[in-house]
Write a protein that binds this ligand. Structure first.
Ligand SMILES: [Zn+2]
Length: 440
């Protein structure tokens, strides 16, 4: 049997959303909502859970889970930080709660899951954003509790699954399979090429370590090292993986959005000859300017530009600088018919921003609805380790490998983010290290 029947006196859209993720997406069960406690008690051929707001009141003897008022009767107002902290510590996060014999867990898993997936805490007022206007990892509850590097939702679901299996030995779970989705951001198509001569010459002086590399490209003695997409594809192909490239298409003449990828003959030819069936998927790398300001015209122009260049519709995206401002960014992406977004991660810290490593649909708090926008949670980004955590290349790969193993244990999706630049400017063994990271 793979059916799970639930009953709650009150069923809110938030509760349904969280329950669907826990039982359907993470366990492969089919949830059914009974209309009364009596109906639930009388059902057969199904696992049953009574969802209780008052834990003292379970006289049915059925296995139960505690559900807090917070998710049953949601308010349009975001709770102030102090109240939220109280709520988080006392009912959501695994913590002692009034126990009775039938309770499967000692905390409200539905509220905790909803809190993390919806990114509720990012809507709070008076948060100190970072220099780029982003919600920093240090402001998150998972960082405060030291749990950011664990896919806590997947771990809670595993605990619940084991308890259910104990109570219902014939319950058949269909667990998702561990997957790897390598993703590459193309911020700059070329190290040297496609830049005016004064910039090429200036680069020789500004970056003395790259002097020979740059000069040989200028003299036409070698290929521009950032134009390494074929090599990346070949490596992924050997590992049986598809390459996902996100192209930054905007040049707004500022220090952040100054892409030089498109249009260029080299990339045009490369994209024309690519095998979209098996090898690559092209996504938009929405500019910082568009995602920061929520300027839909900018965003739509960038998408149209890329579509024209690749000659097909674009359905996936990741924001440059991982700039994410809720709900504006996701509302805008949804209105542009983006289906998959890969922005959910922190630049300043590796780990699980939404507490999970399994894709989920974004929940629109303002309109109380599950959206069609699917969020692919990032596992780690190359520049987090080099730029923010000041790790060596070896240390970075070691940490990424640890995260990959946590995702594997959770049957999740391992989604590393690399840049084409990282391979070009890294050490000689970087390709080998990257291959090992994805091969195992
Ligand atoms: Zn970028």
């Amino acid at each position: 049997m793979n059916k799970i029947s639930l009953y709650s006196q009150t069923v809110s859209p938030r509760l349904k959303y969280a329950a669907q993720y826990i039982f359907e997406d993470l366990m492969g069960l089919m949830p059914y909502w009974a209309s009364s406690a009596e109906e639930l008690a009388a059902m057969s051929g199904t696992a049953k859970i009574l969802l209780q707001n008052n834990v003292a009141g379970n006289v049915s003897g059925l296995p139960s889970l505690y559900v807090d008022d917070w998710i049953l009767h949601p308010s349009n107002e975001i709770l102030p930080a102090s109240e939220l902290e109280n709520k988080w510590q006392n009912t959501m996060f695994p913590a002692p709660s009034p126990a009775n014999d039938t309770l499967l867990l000692n905390f409200d898993i539905f509220s905790a899951v909803f809190f993390l997936l919806s990114r509720y805490e990012e809507y709070r007022k008076n948060i100190s954003l970072d220099n780029y206007g982003r919600f920093p990892a240090t402001a998150s509850y998972l960082h405060k509790t030291g749990e950011l590097q664990k896919p806590v939702i997947n771990i809670w679901a595993t605990v619940l699954r084991e308890k259910l299996q104990h109570v219902y030995p014939s319950l058949k779970f269909e667990l998702p399979q561990f997957e790897k989705i390598p993703t590459i951001d193309i911020d700059h198509g070329f190290l040297v090429k496609n830049k005016p001569f004064y910039k090429q010459a200036g680069g020789l002086i500004k970056y003395p370590k790259q002097f020979l590399q740059r000069l040989s490209v200028m003299l036409g003695l070698r290929e521009d090292p950032f134009f390494n997409l074929s090599q990346i594809i070949e490596l992924h192909r050997l590992l049986g993986l598809k390459s996902r490239f996100f192209f930054h298409c905007a040049n707004y003449k500022n220090s952040i959005d100054n892409a030089n990828v498109l249009p260029s003959k080299k990339y045009a030819e490369f994209l024309k000859n690519s095998n979209y069936e098996d090898d690559i998927e092209i996504g938009l790398h929405l500019s910082y300017s568009a995602s920061f300001s929520g300027n839909r015209t900018f965003a739509q122009n960038e998408k149209s530009f890329l579509e024209k260049f690749v000659q097909h519709k674009i359905y996936s995206n990741r924001n440059h600088f991982l700039m994410l401002s809720l709900p504006q960014t996701y509302t805008m992406l949804e209105s542009m018919h983006i289906i998959d977004d890969y922005t959910m991660g922190y630049a300043d810290c590796a780990g699980f921003r939404a507490g999970c490593c399994t894709p989920f649909h974004w929940y629109d708090l303002s309109n109380e609805r599950k959206t069609t926008l699917k969020i692919f949670p990032l596992t780690c980004m190359d520049t987090t380790f080099s730029r923010y955590l000041h790790c060596t290349e070896d240390e970075a790969f070691e940490k990424m490998t640890e995260l990959r193993e946590k995702v594997r244990m959770a049957n999740g999706v391992f989604i590393p983010l690399f840049h084409n630049e990282t391979f070009a400017l890294g050490s000689k063994k970087i390709w080998q290290q990257y291959e090992t990271l994805l091969a195992e």
